[in-house]
Write a protein that binds this ligand. Structure first.
Ligand code: KG4
Ligand code: ZN
Length: 364
């Protein structure tokens, strides 16, 4: 039996300033506080996240966000067992803000420090909820910055099965919204417009469909949409709805095909009954969830969709990853660097493509 661990988590790798306090007791996480300060209003005029503006907004918002998390938890810094902060991957300016703040709190209060891989936070996030996912599970992480399949086998044991070779899926949604002048963030607006559209009107490509492995590519789909917008000239609301519906239908076909391939790879580890989890901002898309749920049922998988507040960027998942690392005896020195690029499964990232899992025999 290990002693409970109470950890402050800090997240600043993209456009969410977040702090949370979590207690890990008997292997079960309990979120004591969970504060997220979004930056959408800062970035909306530019129709996308501007790294410099994000870093400045983190500087302005982080102290208050940490104070709120400590207050909500009813704790002071001396009550903590450790401090965890995202050290990457992400926008370097923002990562530095949270990392330096986390180290400073750890130093000032003589607490252990853990530098957390943001992707490990996402990988473990389905375990935050009461009765959350048990190991092992197949995670589809689809957000503005990430698009990958991760087999989460245990704490610290991750296999990246596939990822995007160009844009992340959220990025593709946001770019279409920008093309059609729908607003920011674009994903929810594209989904809304698609509800009134004809998904068969535009014949859009479905890159990677049927391809071995489970990598994604969205660049060709984005270019095809741009071409249609150019052809339309000044698209009407109905044109926009039809293009959004056609785009979303293509996305669903691509994701379903890639997920099927990932499940086959996962089956070789886990056998008959698997668990599929979708996380990241795009997992908020109801059509996508519906398609994944049906696919999972077909393959005798459980489909788990964690609460949205833990699907999108948050600090509770960073606190959980930090606490789990501490439980295993891993902490980091205050010289731990920020890593703007930091693959979760370093081995998979360094192997040549032909040697990556699921791509055996494929051309490099
Ligand atoms: O996880 P997240 O909040 O932040 C990171 O990028 O890490 O994900 C944000 C992304 C944005 O690209 C946004 O457009 C997309 O998730 N998104 C959606 C929906 N809601 C958010 N995409 C499609 N449909 C949605 N309903
Ligand atoms: Zn994220």
């Amino acid at each position: 039996m290990s002693a409970p661990l109470t950890v402050l988590g800090i997240e600043t790798s993209c456009d969410e300033t977040a702090a949370a306090v979590l207690r890990l007791e008997e292997g079960r996480p309990r979120v004591l506080s969970d504060v997220v300060l979004g930056q959408a209003a800062h970035h909306a005029p530019y129709k996308g996240v501007v790294p410099e503006i994000a870093a400045r907004a983190h500087v302005e918002g982080l102290d208050g966000t940490v104070a709120a998390a400590m207050r909500d938890a009813g704790l002071g810094f001396p009550d903590l067992d450790g401090v965890a902060a995202t050290a990457g991957p992400g926008l370097i300016g923002g990562v530095m803000v949270g990392l330096v703040a986390g180290k400073a709190i750890a130093l000032a209060h003589d607490k252990p420090f853990v530098g957390v891989n943001h992707l490990e936070g996402h990988a473990l996030s389905p375990r935050l909820a009461e009765g959350g996912a048990t190991f092992p599970y197949l995670l589809l992480l689809v957000s503005g910055g990430h698009c990958q399949f991760i087999a989460v086998l245990d704490v610290g044991v991750y296999r990246r099965y596939g990822s995007t070779v160009d844009d992340a899926l959220g990025e593709a949604f946001d770019k279409l919204a920008k093309l059609l002048d729908l607003g920011f963030p674009g994903g929810p607006l594209v989904e809304k417009a698609a509800k009134n559209g004809d998904s068969r009107r535009f014949a859009l490509p479905r890159p990677m469909l049927g391809r071995e492995g489970c990598d994604f590519s969205f660049a060709g789909l984005k270019t095809a949409c741009a071409r249609e917008v150019e052809r339309l000239g000044a698209p009407s609301d109905q044109d926009k709805a039809d293009l959004c519906a056609s785009f979303q239908a293509a996305v669903l076909d691509i994701v379903a095909d890639r997920t099927l391939h990932a499940m086959r790879m996962f089956d070789t580890v886990w056998g008959a009954k698997g668990r599929l989890v979708a996380a990241g901002g795009v997992a908020a898309n109801a059509a996508l969830r519906g398609r994944l749920e049906a696919l999972a049922a077909d393959r005798n998988y459980d489909f788990i969709a964690p609460p949205m507040r833990w699907c999108t960027d948050n600090a509770a998942m960073i606190a959980l990853a930090g606490a789990e690392r501490m439980r295993l005896g891993f902490t980091n020195g205050l010289d731990f660097p920020a890593r703007p690029r930091w693959p979760l499964d370093e081995e998979a990232a360094t192997l040549r493509p032909s040697h990556r899992p699921g791509r055996k025999g494929a051309k490099a």
